[in-house]
Write a protein that binds this ligand. Structure first.
Ligand code: NAD
Ligand code: DAU
Length: 352
C-alpha cells in the first residue's frame, strides 16, 4: 500500500498505544498522528518507546470539539482514520451515562463528519476504521457465539453508546458511501491496561495484598485476547478488510471470571515466590455489577477465512507475559494509580 497519513484516535490508551506502536514501527513510511485528550485513561508513558520516531506526531485534543477536529483534518491530509478514542469502562458508564453518549456517539459523529468533509466525497484510497466491541451484541446464554449477523442488543450504558456509534458509522456508509470498516473484539488483556479492569486490577491488588473483588459468584464468562493480537488484527483489517464490512475478533478463549482469577493467583504465587494459595486467599465476593452480562464469546471465523488472521498466543503464555510486564513496570503502575502520569504530559509538552 502507498505511503499514508493515518490518524489514530485514542492512541494513548491501552489498545490504542499498542496499535500506534505497531503502525509507527511496522510502517516507517507512514505518517502517524495520534489524537488523544489524555483523559484519566490516556497516558503518554504508554508511547514512550516511539515518542521520538520521525513518523509520529502527538496531538492533544478532544473529539467532542468539532471545530478542533475539523481543523485537524484540514491541517493533515489523512488517508485513513483508526478510531479507538472512547470512554471504555462499563462500571463508569453506570455512574455517568451521558459522558459515554458524548464521547462515544457525538465524538464519533464529529470524526465521521470531518472525514467526509475533508475527503470532499472523493473516497478513492480512503478508509474510516471504527473500533467497536463485542458488547454491542448484548449477552449470550451458556451456549452459542456472536457472529457478525447477531443483532445488536446492548445492555449497559457503555455498550449502548458503542452500538449507537456503530449505527452512525454504518449510516455514513449507507447514506454517503463513506468507506468505513468496523471490527468488534472481545476482552483484551496485556501490558498498559488501566488497573480499573479485571486483570490489571487483580494483579495490582495481589501486589498490595488487598482483597480481590469478584462480582457476584464469578460465573460470568469473557473471551480473552492478548492486546498485541488485537493490534495485529486491526493492522490486517485496516489494510485488507472489505469496505462496508464488519469483522469479529476474538481469542477463542472463554474463561469464567472466578477460574481466571484463580489461574492469575497461581501464576502470581509462582512469580512472587510465595506459598501456593497466598494470592487466592485474597479473593472476596462482592455485590454484582447491575445488569451484568453473563457471557461473551466470539465467532471470528470470517476474519480467519477471509483475511487469514488468527491469535498467536495461548492464555497462560499471554497472562505470564502480562504479569512479567507489570512486575517490571512498577513505576508505570505507581504513576497511573497516584495520578502522577498526568505530570508526564506537562513535562513533555511544557515548551510546545
Ligand atoms: P482506554 O480507556 O484504555 O483508552 C481510551 C483512550 O481514548 C484514552 O487514551 C483516552 O484519553 C482517549 N479518549 C477518551 N475520550 C476522548 C475524547 N473525548 N477525545 C479524545 N480522546 C479521548 O480504552 P481501550 O480499552 O484501549 O479501548 C479502546 C477502544 O477499543 C474503545 O473504543 C473500546 O470501546 C474498544 N474495545 C476495547 C476492548 C477492551 O477489552 N479494552 C475490547 C473491544 C473493543
Ligand atoms: O468485551 C469487550 C469489552 O471488555 C470492552 O468493550 C470494554 O471496553 C472492556 O472494559 C471490557 O468490558 P468488561 O466489562 O467485560 O471488562 P471488565 O474488566 O470491567 O470486567 C471483566 C469481567 O470481570 C466482568 O464480568 C466483570 C468482572 N469484574 C470486573 C472488575 C473490574 C469483577 O468480577 N471484578 C472487578 O473488580
Amino acid at each position: 500500500m502507498k505511503n499514508q497519513n493515518v490518524l489514530i484516535t485514542g492512541g494513548a490508551g491501552f489498545i490504542g498505544s499498542h496499535v500506534t506502536r505497531r503502525f509507527v514501527t511496522h510502517y516507517p513510511d507512514y505518517s502517524i498522528v495520534v489524537l488523544d485528550d489524555l483523559t484519566y485513561a490516556g497516558n503518554l508513558e504508554n508511547l514512550k518507546e516511539i515518542e521520538h520516531a520521525p513518523n509520529y506526531t502527538f496531538v492533544k485534543g478532544n473529539i467532542n470539539d468539532f471545530e478542533f477536529v475539523q481543523a485537524l483534518f484540514q491541517k493533515h491530509a489523512f488517508d485513513g482514520v483508526i478510531h479507538l478514542a472512547a470512554e471504555s469502562h462499563v462500571d463508569r458508564s453506570l455512574e455517568d451515562p451521558a459522558a459515554f453518549v458524548i464521547t462515544n456517539i457525538v465524538g464519533t459523529v464529529h470524526l465521521l463528519t470531518a472525514a467526509k468533509a475533508a475527503w470532499k466525497d472523493q473516497f478513492e484510497g480512503k478508509r474510516f476504521y471504527h473500533i467497536s466491541t463485542d458488547e454491542v451484541y448484548g449477552s449470550l446464554g451458556v451456549e452459542g457465539l456472536f457472529t457478525e449477523h447477531t443483532p445488536l442488543d446492548p445492555q449497559s450504558p457503555y455498550s449502548a453508546s458503542k452500538a449507537g456509534s456503530d449505527h452512525f458509522v454504518r449510516a455514513f456508509h449507507n447514506s454517503y458511501q463513506l468507506p468505513v470498516v468496523i471490527s468488534r473484539c472481545s476482552n483484551n488483556y496485556g501490558p498498559n491496561h488501566f488497573p480499573e479492569k479485571l486483570i490489571p486490577l487483580m494483579i495490582h491488588n495481589i501486589l498490595r495484598k488487598k482483597p480481590l473483588p469478584v462480582y457476584g459468584k464469578g460465573e460470568n464468562v469473557r473471551d480473552w485476547l492478548y492486546v498485541e493480537d488485537h493490534a495485529s488484527a486491526i493492522d490486517t483489517i485496516y489494510h485488507r478488510g472489505k469496505t462496508g464490512e464488519v469483522y469479529n475478533i476474538g481469542g477463542n478463549n472463554e474463561w469464567k471470571n472466578l477460574e481466571l482469577v484463580h489461574l492469575l493467583c497461581t501464576i502470581m504465587d509462582e512469580k512472587l515466590k510465595q506459598a501456593s494459595g497466598t494470592a487466592a486467599s485474597l479473593i472476596t465476593f462482592v455485590k454484582d455489577r447491575p445488569g451484568h452480562d453473563l457471557r461473551y464469546a466470539i465467532d471470528a471465523s470470517k476474519l480467519r477465512d477471509e483475511l487469514g488472521w488468527e491469535p498467536s498466543l495461548d492464555f497462560p503464555t499471554g497472562l505470564a507475559k502480562t504479569i512479567d510486564w507489570y512486575l517490571a513496570n512498577g513505576e508505570w503502575l505507581q504513576h497511573v494509580t497516584s495520578g502522577d502520569y498526568t505530570k508526564y504530559y506537562d513535562k513533555m509538552y511544557a515548551n510546545r
